[in-house]
Design a protein around this ligand. Structure first.
Ligand SMILES: [Zn+2]
Ligand SMILES: [Zn+2]
Length: 349
């Protein structure tokens, strides 16, 4: 397999971001990303996709109903190749339209909480869980997590200057919901993103651009596993990336605390080997294998419950139980154990 590092959630001045596409591409290159998606609010920008500075620039959209009160249901749309905002008031119709265009729809920051430090920092959760056809959910949105840590002014001031003291992992609520959906038979692809805006803060004595794109693209990323190397032919590579993403051949990594490239979660049954996102009918025992690029505290979960764990670079586990299996890896960084790697599930039937 070949691994490409992506960040699939960022904003430009077409909505509420501060940097243009060129800046985003440069930041992505400096951060070592292979692909970056721009997902402006209710705007699909035509004619920008392609390879720039060796980085794939993808055009997506973050669709939501601006008139809805309270605000909710931000949906990340990829590969629809046109704007979907006319459907924003009807999430199911929108998702159906995305499917018709062979695109993908992800619930963005499904748990999102308002911060008391600023009226502009509202909460935008996903509430439409009864919709059918979501490709997956954004299990870790860096800016959403950051916002939740802003519980008062002194802490907010500290967090703005030292965000890495605070960022610790996906919300428990999100992971629980993901496990619940998977336990109910849904295949739910997990992605993790920056939600980069390069926002400017002008508050009292603090005047600062927080989270420039470059910094954010070194943090929470989605690593996608493709079966052939990238060709630098944009259309071919885009197709390969999106088809692997839709199949859940990916994991979420917090690359700031240690590079997550090289992580492996696989299952062996009989003479077949399966990867993240795969679904198979077991033949006899199943052996799961986890390999990390550095030492971590590895947890293997079965239907949302930890069934094996260990500190190290590898973990192996044998079972005959069907169910949904996924991996979480934690690493200590600045005095705290922090979420490092979150695999997509392997579905054993
Ligand atoms: Zn959003
Ligand atoms: Zn966003």
């Amino acid at each position: 397999m070949f691994e490409i590092i992506t960040n699939l959630h960022s904003h430009t001045p077409y909505s509420d971001g501060e940097g243009w596409h060129r800046e985003i591409v440069s930041a992505a290159r400096q951060a070592g990303l292979n692909a970056v998606a721009v997902t402006d609010h209710n705007v699909f920008v035509h004619g920008i996709e392609g390879y720039y500075e060796g980085v794939m620039l993808l055009a997506g959209e973050e669709v939501h109903d601006c008139l809805r009160r309270p605000q909710s249901n931000h949906c990340l749309v990829y590969n629809a190749n046109d704007g979907l905002s006319p459907f924003a008031a009807h999430p199911q119709k929108m998702i159906d339209e995305v499917k018709r265009r062979e695109g993908m729809a992800f619930a963005a920051h499904p748990y999102d909480f308002a911060s008391p430090v600023d009226d502009d920092l509202g909460g935008y959760p996903w509430t439409e869980w009864e919709v059918k056809g979501l490709t997956g959910i954004e299990i870790w949105n860096y800016m959403t997590e950051f916002k939740r840590h802003l519980v008062n002014y002194p802490i907010a001031a500290l967090a703005i200057f030292f965000p890495s003291l605070f960022i610790a992992g996906p919300f428990k609520e999100t992971l629980r919901k993901w496990d619940e959906l998977a336990a109910n038979g849904h295949r739910v692809v997990a992605i993790g993103n920056a939600d980069a805006h390069a926002a400017k803060v002008h508050k009292a004595f603090i005047k600062r651009v927080i989270f420039d794109y470059d910094y954010l693209f070194r943090c929470v990323n989605t690593h996608v596993l493709i079966d052939k190397p990238i060709t630098k032919n944009f259309e071919r590579d885009k197709k390969m990336l999106y088809s692997a993403l839709g199949a859940g051949h990916c994991f979420v990594g917090y690359d700031l605390i240690a590079p997550t490239k090289g992580f492996v979660f696989s299952a062996r049954s009989g003479s077949d080997t399966f990867m993240m996102g795969d679904e198979f009918k077991r033949r006899g025992a199943v052996t799961f294998q986890v390999k990390c690029p550095a030492i971590g505290s590895i947890r293997l979960l079965h239907n949302g419950r930890v069934i094996a764990s260990g500190l190290g670079r590898e973990l192996e586990f044998h079972t005959v139980e069907p169910g949904v299996y996924r991996v979480e890896v934690y690493r200590p960084f600045r005095l705290l154990n922090r979420g490092w790697i979150f695999s997509n599930p392997i579905y054993v039937r």
